[in-house]
Design a protein around this ligand. Structure first.
Ligand code: PLP
Length: 365
């Protein structure tokens, strides 16, 4: 018998597999319900710009060709929009691949990454898969990041610090002045990866514009995605803005055709329709305000969100998750570390209303 656990080694065995949600149709079948509402993966419920549909249709005859390995047209368009040189951009199969490329390129044996906890679990699973580790540093009680503790955890083996802003799963954000003060203290050979997957939804006045950090802090990577506000999660396009030398190094590790062509043309079309993006952001804000207001009325504690989801304290998170499931609402329970909470993504207004209605029933409110 071939023992694949032994062949993979302990570090791989120790990875907690990412648990994707079941397809909605499957769940409806299992529970014998109709029209379940999925508010579990922080997706865009409004879909992408209509221009994306046309772009994908137009691209279809080219499907037998390999994609542009350097994402030429998308790169040119995005560089112009962000006002950065094109060689400061790297594209990936979602920002997940950028996390992987950064870790595989820059971490040597025995080195580690650091992240506040709770945050995006993929940082540690990718580090572990690459034979490295992730040090999780607990947040403050209000879920703000403990920057002092993060800095104290840095040693000569620290290569990278992941800062999700806004953070997932809390929706909380780091202010410009706090991030700047932190950047001033991080050694220049430690990379700070700003994971800005949800940045388009953030509207706080003191939310940092990290694009303005690039000149001063050569050790910052800004990672963003087309999966969320742009509504292209299925097409897997993310990107990183960083010092051209860092991008050059990651490009050597990157697979030549990593970013698929449907994703490239869709992302181009989505970028061109900024009016649509703003519409999505406005609808999200309206939905987020509604959900938070309803939580307040129900006297539930929630973390004020700068994103497209809200973390709310409901007593027994797992139980409430299961009860909601039976009523056709899929939210996210985040495990024993966040036992009293569930995370709900902002949906369309009718989905939000349905969720609140069902939550009231579950909690007897
Ligand atoms: C904080 C954060 N970063 C990165 C990602 C990855 O997004 P994608 O790989 O779709 O770009 C997610 C997805 O949920 C996320 O929540």
């Amino acid at each position: 018998m071939t023992d694949y656990k032994k062949l993979a080694g302990q570090a791989i065995c120790d990875i907690v597999p990412y648990k994707p949600g079941k397809p909605v149709k499957e769940l409806e079948r299992e529970l014998g319900i109709k029209e379940a509402v999925k508010l579990a993966s922080n997706e865009n419920p409004f879909g992408p710009s209509p221009k994306v549909k046309t772009a994908i249709k137009d691209f279809f005859p080219e499907i037998s060709r390999y994609p542009f390995g350097d994402a030429h047209y998308l790169r040119t368009k995005l560089a112009a929009k962000l006002e950065v040189p094109a060689d400061m951009l790297l594209f990936g199969t979602g920002s997940n691949e950028i996390i992987e490329l950064a870790i595989r390129t820059f971490l040597k044996d025995g080195e580690h990454v650091i992240s506040p906890a709770p945050s995006f679990s993929v940082y540690s699973s990718i580090a572990q898969a690459a034979g490295k580790t992730c040090k999780w540093i607990p947040c403050n009680e209000d879920f703000s990041f403990n920057f002092k503790a993060l800095l104290d955890a840095v040693d000569e083996k620290t290569r990278m610090i992941f800062i999700a802003n806004p953070n997932n799963p809390t929706g909380a954000y780091t202010k410009d002045k706090d991030l700047k003060a932190f950047m001033e203290k991080v050694p220049s050979d430690v990379v700070v990866v700003m994971d800005e997957a949800y940045v388009e939804f953030a509207d706080a006045k003191d939310f940092p514009d990290t694009m303005t950090y690039l000149d001063k802090y050569k050790n910052i990577f800004i990672m963003r995605t087309f999966s969320k506000a742009y509504g292209l999660a299925a097409l897997r396009v993310g990107y990183c803005v960083a010092d051209a030398m860092a991008i050059d190094m990651m490009n050597r590790v990157r697979q030549p055709f990593n970013t698929n062509m449907a994703g490239q043309v869709a992302a181009e079309a989505a970028l061109e329709d900024q009016a649509y993006l703003q519409k999505v952001v406005r609808k999200n804000k309206k939905g987020r305000n509604y959900i938070q207001k309803e939580f307040k009325k129900m006297e539930l504690k929630y973390i004020p969100s700068q994103s497209n989801f809200v973390l709310v304290e409901v007593g027994d998170g797992e139980k409430v998750f299961n009860e909601l499931l039976k009523k056709g609402v899929i939210v996210r329970y985040l495990g024993p570390g966040l036992k009293p909470y569930v995370r709900v993504s902002v949906g369309t207004m009718s989905e939000n209303e349905f969720f609140i209605e069902q939550l009231k029933k579950v909690l007897g409110k």
